[in-house]
Design a protein around this ligand. Structure first.
Ligand code: HEM
Length: 460
């Protein structure tokens, strides 16, 4: 077939479309542009680069072929690398330390490990329940409290470190520093480097935020090395300090351990917090599904006793609520790939070697080629018999291939448990009839979403 050029949205000279991407929620501009391009692919000019945006499921299936395309650490990930360094998330896959860390850490994310982490996951979920019990009748800031839950969970299970976030009305200073640094990384990804270099004050603030995060990480590692052996050997930090790569026999270098701890603290909580917040939003919007979720917890957790790991693994409705939430409201708006060589996708769309391809998840995961009634929240899409009929590339909330999310089971186990315990204990309501408004840092979350709770009466 003849080659075709991808539709291009030209912008103003030099900046291209950078200004249109510089709003608070750049993803919204990308999604609107997709709606105007039914071809399933378009190209933007941004600061002299020409990234492609792809969301047609058949084109996405091609781009997910790991023999032709690889994960690219370009902007904004290249900037996140200022602080996440050579951690798993931001290191290019062709650097040996990616494979080494991947092999050392994989066992810590298998199903057996989830069982080992369960007591700590439960402990933090109980902190959430206790906090909401004390605040019945008040407007509860959902995203903030879910962030407390997920940050405390990764820190306690991964590193034996306690943030005790529910004991303070302020978010932990680590979160403040991280939020600032991620926001700044997004700004920098969309502005010319000369502008970044001119803004000396912001540079100072950015470096101070990075130092604040690194100091906390150094404290986490120092405590463990000083003989705090809680969880040592089996948790993430224990593995990183003691285990050797089965292939090379080498241990991870100290500076890499620091990068990994910071990476897990960031990657390990933002997205799961978004998932839980969007899940509560969906349940409140869909009372018939909420009723099914209540019925499930009443059947499996009837007596108010804390759940066991085995019970959490028997849940069926709640996991499907999470699957469907990740389809409609993916906390990560996209992943970025590049072709190894000049190539074509689809019906002759040319892509050059090294050109960035952004898989636009919010559009892909509501694409009518992949999904019936795509905007409907329908958890029964995830029944085994219907799952089998899904488009193979229509759902990528955890990324693709060997660079897909290592923490998937961790996130889903933690989220099942938290949601089950919230529903077991509380009737939830949304008296302000929240309307979705997205807040974007590196990830997406509902902005300003609050709920109220009160303890359920028997048989309610
Ligand atoms: C990678 C999503 C939870 C750790 C990724 C990627 C996605 C993703 C899309 C691929 C990024 C890319 O291609 O650039 C999610 C979602 C989560 C979640 C939606 C929750 C619902 C977690 C948790 C952890 C974690 C709980 C750790 C405990 C990581 C790491 C990577 C990663 C380390 C990089 C893996 C590699 O490249 O080797 N995640 N994630 N994530 N995630 Fe997650």
């Amino acid at each position: 077939s003849p080659t075709r050029s991808v539709p291009v949205l030209r912008g103003v000279p030099v900046l291209g479309n950078a200004l249109r991407l510089s709003g608070d929620v750049p993803t919204e501009f990308l999604v609107e542009t997709a709606e105007a391009h039914p071809e399933g692919v378009y190209q933007l000019e941004v600061l002299g680069r020409h990234p492609l945006f792809v969301y047609d499921p058949d084109l996405v299936a091609e781009v997910c072929d790991e023999t032709r395309f690889y994960k690219s650490v370009g902007p904004p990930l290249a900037i996140v690398r200022d602080f996440a360094g050579d951690g798993l998330f931001t290191v290019p896959g062709n650097e040996p330390v990616w494979g080494q860390a991947h092999r050392i850490l994989m066992p810590a994310f298998g199903q057996r490990s989830m069982k080992a982490y369960f007591p700590q996951m439960l402990e933090v979920a109980q902190d959430l329940i206790a906090s909401w019990t004390r605040r019945q009748g008040a407007d509860l800031p959902v995203s903030d409290d879910m962030t407390r839950l997920t940050l405390d969970t990764i820190a306690l299970t991964g590193f034996g470190y306690r943030f005790d976030s529910f004991s303070s009305p302020e978010l932990h200073p680590f979160l403040q520093a991280m939020g600032n640094a991620l926001t700044e990384a997004m700004v920098r990804a969309r502005q010319p480097q000369v502008v970044t270099r001119m803004r000396a004050k912001r540079e100072d603030a950015y470096r101070a935020d990075i130092r604040a995060m690194q100091e906390l990480v150094d404290d986490v590692v120092r405590r463990r090395r000083a003989g705090d052996r809680d969880g040592a050997g089996t948790d993430l930090l224990g593995l990183m300090l003691d285990a050797t790569d089965p292939r090379t026999g080498e241990r991870l270098p100290d500076e890499n351990i620091r990068d990994q701890v910071l990476t897990f603290l960031i990657a390990g909580h933002e997205t799961t917090s978004g998932l839980l917040s969007f899940a509560l939003y969906n349940l409140l919007r869909n009372p018939h599904v909420l009723a099914r979720a209540y019925a499930e917890v009443d059947r499996l957790l009837p007596d108010g006793a804390p759940p066991t790991y085995e019970t959490i693994m028997k849940l069926d409705v709640i996991p499907r609520v999470l699957d469907e939430t990740l389809r409609l409201w993916s906390p990560i708006p996209g992943i970025i790939l590049k072709p190894f060589a000049d190539t074509e996708i689809g019906d002759g769309y040319r892509v050059r070697k090294g050109q960035q391809i952004f898989l636009l998840l919010p559009v892909l995961q509501r694409h009518p080629k992949a999904w019936d009634r795509p905007d409907e929240f329908d958890i029964d899409r995830w029944l085994p018999e219907r799952r089998a009929g899904h488009h193979p590339a229509g759902y990528k909330p955890f990324g693709n291939g060997e660079r897909a999310c290592i923490g998937r089971q961790f996130a889903l186990t933690e989220a099942r448990l938290a949601l089950a315990m919230v529903l077991q204990r509380f009737a939830i309501s949304d008296p302000h009839a929240y309307r979705m408004r997205i807040k974007q840092t590196l990830t997406l979350k509902p902005d300003g979403f609050t709920v109220r709770v009160r303890e359920r009466r028997p048989h309610e």
